[in-house]
Design a protein around this ligand. Structure first.
Ligand SMILES: Nc1ncnc2c1ncn2[C@@H]1O[C@H](COP(=O)(O)OP(=O)(O)OP(=O)(O)O)[C@@H](O)[C@H]1O
Length: 262
């Protein structure tokens, strides 16, 4: 399934936060949304998964306006893992993952054997098969993040929107979870802070600065020293990964910090 944002503007509290964002995540592709703190990544994603309504422009699923779809169809199509989603309630891990099945169930339906199989497989995939009966409030930050990803996978979405999905994850789990998301098949739109991870995982990337898109393309096209200087204010060297040739970034220390060493 394709997800498209066409000329999307989002206003929050009367202030334009995102302006004229157009991007496309086509079937099965992993698309990264990059940019400095406060540039509008989360706000753009919230418009993409229909928590915020664009003040102009449109979000389309396979060319159909998202806000014209019945809520249940929307919920079946798109799963989202928001940044720092947390709960005050001590649900078990199994209960949280089971919430991913709700869009597939009738109002009074109970979990079917198939629902249970999908949830167990999702927990297995994120390496938490033994955690089903644990309370989520007892989990570490990384374990909780993996539970939220399992819930999204249990939803069997065709579009997966991820806001900094690797938050709290150690390096092995960062690589594992993003590879798992890629393998599991949905179209992915993900905000990522780690530019090297984005370069390794994304088919295309879009860079936001001040609420506007300033670059779009493959990681190699976009993640250039000039772009990184202009948008992030850092000096970087781009080198090919010795094993797979993908661009990887080496950052210089900031000049002010080097001066203070002198
Ligand atoms: N509800 C709100 N009320 C006021 N300002 C908001 C609101 N939501 C977001 N903003 C502002 O909009 C801008 C973009 O926020 P957003 O969370 O989309 O950025 P981001 O790129 O995801 O940032 P980060 O990398 O820090 O997570 C920020 O300046 C933020 O303070």
């Amino acid at each position: 399934m394709d997800l498209s944002l066409r000329g999307v503007n989002v206003e929050v509290a009367g202030r334009a936060i995102v302006e004229d964002v157009t991007l496309e995540a086509t079937q099965g592709k992993f698309v990264g949304l990059l940019g400095p703190n406060g540039c509008g990544k989360s706000t753009t994603l919230r418009a993409a998964y229909h928590v915020l309504k664009p003040s102009a422009g449109a979000v389309l699923l396979d060319g159909r306006p998202l806000d014209g779809l019945p809520p249940r169809d929307r919920a079946r199509a798109i799963a989202a893992v928001a940044q720092e989603s947390h709960t005050e309630f001590d649900f078990t891990v199994a209960e949280v993952v089971a919430m991913g099945r709700l869009p597939h169930q009738g109002l009074l339906d109970r979990m079917t054997a198939d629902d249970r199989r999908v949830c167990a497989a999702a927990l297995e995939q994120v390496g938490l098969a033994d955690f089903a009966d644990r309370g989520v409030l007892t989990l570490s930050g990384g374990e909780r993040q993996r539970v939220l990803i399992a819930r999204a996978l249990a939803q069997e979405p065709r579009i997966l929107v991820l806001d900094e999905p690797t938050n709290h994850l150690d390096i092995r789990h960062q690589l594992e979870i993003l590879a798992l998301v890629r393998r599991s098949g949905p179209t992915v739109l993900a905000a990522l802070h780690d530019l090297n991870l984005a370069a390794a995982m994304c088919d295309t990337v879009h860079v936001l600065d001040g609420g506007r898109l300033v670059a779009s393309g493959t990681p190699a096209q976009v993640l250039t020293p000039d772009l990184l200087a202009a948008v992030f204010g850092v000096r970087a060297h781009v080198v090919p990964h010795p094993a797979n040739g993908r661009p990887q970034l080496l950052f210089d220390r900031l000049e002010s910090e080097e001066d203070s060493d002198a």
